[in-house]
Design a protein around this ligand. Structure first.
Ligand SMILES: [Ca+2]
Ligand SMILES: [Ca+2]
Length: 212
């Protein structure tokens, strides 16, 4: 690890270990990754914020993910909610959430936030439409199919039938998935095929895990 270790104080490493699912070794590796993402002339501290667009372009693992924008907004600690900029600490949290080591329930909490496009604490029809449009670059579904998909998703997850999926309802729907503890990666083609099947929980959970 050599010189990289000295980037952090012992206290900083302990603090980051407490806030993430990483050990100090993995935190240092995240920092190395971060240094590969930021432009050469960008400050190498932990709090300077990198513009969302530049971050997405330079972080290849996320660049192709249609939810990249939402992911940045969920993990950005910027006070400006429209901003989505990322600093090292946000990046570390993001990596921790993507990690296989994270508790699946914690991962679901992040997934829920990502799908809650309008950030009102529930997933409703508006969010589901956004979700479909995010996954499908081209309009492969007509209006009728979109409506059917919404109905199917709500039928599976919206237990009290109020047209909104709360976190608890989301959690219950996700927990039924046989892939809950063993999430397989899927290709974009499979994801689009999945929409046709419209098995809500598998669709959402597989999608979330597909690109990291
Ligand atoms: Ca919402
Ligand atoms: Ca409900």
């Amino acid at each position: 690890m050599g010189g990289w270790q000295s980037v952090f104080t012992v206290e900083e490493l302990e603090e980051y270990e407490a806030l993430t699912c990483f050990k100090s070794r993995e935190i240092i590796r995240c920092y190395q990754k971060w240094c590969g993402i930021i432009p050469n002339d960008f400050p190498k501290d932990f709090i300077t914020r990198l513009d969302k667009k530049i971050f997405i372009e330079r972080f290849v693992e996320i660049a192709c993910n249609p939810f990249a924008d939402r992911i940045c907004h969920v993990f950005s600690s910027s006070e400006d909610t429209e901003d989505g900029s990322i600093n090292f600490e946000d990046f570390l949290n993001m990596m921790s959430a993507f990690s296989e080591k994270i508790d699946p329930e914690a991962k679901l909490g992040y997934a829920f936030k990502i799908y809650d496009f309008n950030q009102d604490g529930v997933i409703d029809e508006e969010d589901i439409i956004q979700m479909i449009h995010t996954v499908c670059d081209v309009d492969i579904l007509d209006e009728e199919e979109v409506q059917l998909l919404i109905v199917n998703i709500l039928k599976e997850a919206d237990l009290d039938g109020d047209g909104k999926i709360t976190y608890n309802e989301f959690f219950n729907a996700m927990r039924k998935s046989p892939d809950f503890y063993n999430i397989p990666p899927v290709s974009e083609t499979e994801i689009i095929a999945y929409i046709g099947v419209s098995k809500t929980d598998e669709f959402i959970l597989n999608y979330w895990s597909a690109r990291h």
